[in-house]
Design a protein around this ligand. Structure first.
Ligand SMILES: O=C(O)C1=C[C@@H](OP(=O)(O)O)[C@@H](O)[C@H](O)C1
Ligand SMILES: C=C(OP(=O)(O)O)C(=O)O
Length: 502
């Protein structure tokens, strides 16, 4: 049910544990579901996006069970699944031939999660001859090109240009080429799928052949035939590249090696590799959502301590540290409390990675009000814009957010939505081309705003309440559940004031 939330200027301050990183969780869940042995992931909290990936992997045949400490994953059987008569009759409109009727149509419901959809399209088409794909909210409108054309060139057919659609045909390997300025998720998806792609020269590569009587060979067999690597090339400088690095890291964690060219635009996955399951694999803390707490500290000068963050993380939004430091806030890792932290680490201490986690500073302390306007290049960390817009409103002078073209392609058009949010609350913002400029005065008026059903707009509007004369009332604030369902609970626990009305 849609919710409105009213937020006053009461300041949150104190200590908070970072929630599990959804970017890391998506990738680990997928790698585990493709492995040839079971896995357990340590994950303390979920979100709608993580749940979308879990449900979609179940739709592809994985058995995933939530436990007290995380999830257990029994991988997707890598053989064609025979359908029950009921399921087969549901897929006859898609494929009329007897053999494919015997294939259970696997399904992906990505809900509103772009990462779920764009990572799982290549993965699913590598392992399944038919997949039914649905999505919700703004996601069907968000781009699938040039990924879709590349999948088509490698043997996959789509019943519709955008979800809902049915994908048929098996994804073959070889070389993929795409521009790198639409979504890095296309690259992550192809990388994750690469070990399961059929060798280009051995398996039929046109979609029509998916409707023939051929049975798709088990992956292990296909890979044993392969003698050439899968290559994924970005024809323009790759944006959001840290997300692809995170993909490569998770693949390595699950036993699959990838290489990257010197210019960083070409990725290679040697074939004949298989994902290995992992026991007690910890999902690291989320930098994107921790940025909310760091920005709250920078806007108000009230200290904030965040536990469960990795200083050596490959997450793109770790950049928040350098940005708020440049604005004049003090940020330090509290190594001195590490022994204490280690003793208190709940899930992480039980992991096989205990040692490496324990030696990495994981407690971040942030204090001191920001006072210098910021200049941020959004190319590599697009998700930070909304919360940084709140920071910019709190600093006197003009802050610049550059190269935000891809912000238009998110859960909302985030350039326009942030401009509108600032203006509605009484601040000054203007979009020029792909840049956003905000002139802060340290104060806003407050008032009623719409979230555009975008979780990061909810975060931004909540932060803006901290410097508003009147409360901020956000409609459709339940959009927050996409990435951080516990957000308002945490806000109130830290001394903020957020009250919901239905
Ligand atoms: O791969 C990922 O987990 C993500 C990549 C980024 O998208 P783009 O690469 O489309 O910018 C980011 O904005 C998104 O929230 C998550
Ligand atoms: C853009 C986001 O996610 P996704 O692309 O996975 O929908 C986000 O979390 O801000």
């Amino acid at each position: 049910m849609p919710t409105s939330t009213t937020i006053t200027a009461a300041i949150p301050t104190g200590t908070i544990a970072a929630i599990p990183a959804k970017a890391h969780a998506h990738r680990a869940l997928i790698a585990a579901a493709l492995a040839h042995s079971p896995s357990t992931l340590i994950i303390a909290h979920y979100s709608e996006d993580i749940d979308a990936t879990i449900a979609s992997l179940q739709g592809l045949g994985a058995t995933i069970t939530k436990t007290a400490t995380g999830v257990t994953i029994k991988p997707i059987p890598q053989q064609p699944i025979l359908a029950s008569p009921t399921i087969a009759s549901n897929v006859t409109a898609i494929s009329e031939t007897p053999s494919t009727q015997l294939e259970k149509a696997r399904s992906i419901n990505a809900h509103e999660s772009g990462t779920t959809l764009r990572l799982l399209l290549p993965v699913s088409s590598a392992i399944s001859p038919i997949t039914q794909v649905t999505a919700a909210g703004r996601l069907p409108e968000r781009p699938l090109e040039p990924l879709k054309s590349q999948l088509e060139a490698h043997g996959v057919a789509f019943s519709n240009p955008k979800p809902p659609f049915t994908m048929t045909g098996q994804l073959t390997g070889g070389t993929f080429e795409m521009v790198g300025n639409v979504s890095s998720q296309f690259f992550s998806g192809l990388l994750l799928a690469a070990p399961n792609m059929a060798p280009a020269e051995k398996v039929a590569s046109t979609a029509s052949q998916a409707n023939s009587d051929e049975t798709i060979a088990p992956t292990s067999y296909k890979n044993s035939l392969a003698n050439n690597a899968v290559t994924i090339h970005s024809t323009t400088p790759l944006q959001s590249r840290d997300y692809v690095e995170l993909t490569r890291k998770v693949m390595a964690d699950f036993g699959v090696t990838t290489t990257i060219s010197d210019d960083g635009n070409t990725f290679t996955v040697p074939t004949q590799q298989q994902y290995e399951g992992r026991e007690q694999y910890p999902i690291e803390g989320d930098w994107s959502n921790s940025a909310i707490w760091l920005v709250a500290a920078a806007m108000t000068g009230q200290p904030m301590t965040i536990t469960n963050l990795q200083g050596d993380s490959t997450q793109a939004d770790k950049r928040i540290i350098e940005i708020i430091k440049a604005a004049g806030t003090r940020v330090e890792w509290l190594s001195a409390t590490l022994t204490h932290t280690k003793a208190n680490l709940t899930s992480a201490t039980t992991s096989s990675h205990t040692e490496s986690i324990a030696t990495i500073p994981s407690v971040l302390h942030c204090t001191g009000r920001a006072h210098t306007p910021i200049t941020v290049d959004l190319e590599q960390c697009p998700d930070l814009l909304p919360v940084l817009a709140a920071l910019a409103c709190s600093i006197e002078g003009e802050s610049w957010f550059m190269n935000g073209e891809r912000l238009r392609l998110k859960e909302s058009d985030r350039l326009a939505a942030v401009e509108e949010l600032v203006a509605t609350l009484g601040g000054q913002a203007r979009v020029e081309g792909d840049n956003l400029y905000i002139t802060g005065t340290g104060q806003l008026l407050g008032g009623a705003v719409h979230s555009h059903k975008d979780h990061r707009l909810v975060m931004a509007a909540t932060l803006m309440a901290l410097i508003s004369e009147e409360p901020v009332i956000i409609t459709d604030s339940d959009a927050i559940n996409k990435s951080y369902p516990l957000f308002f609970k945490h806000w109130n626990q830290l001394g903020g004031q957020a009250q919901h009305t239905l």
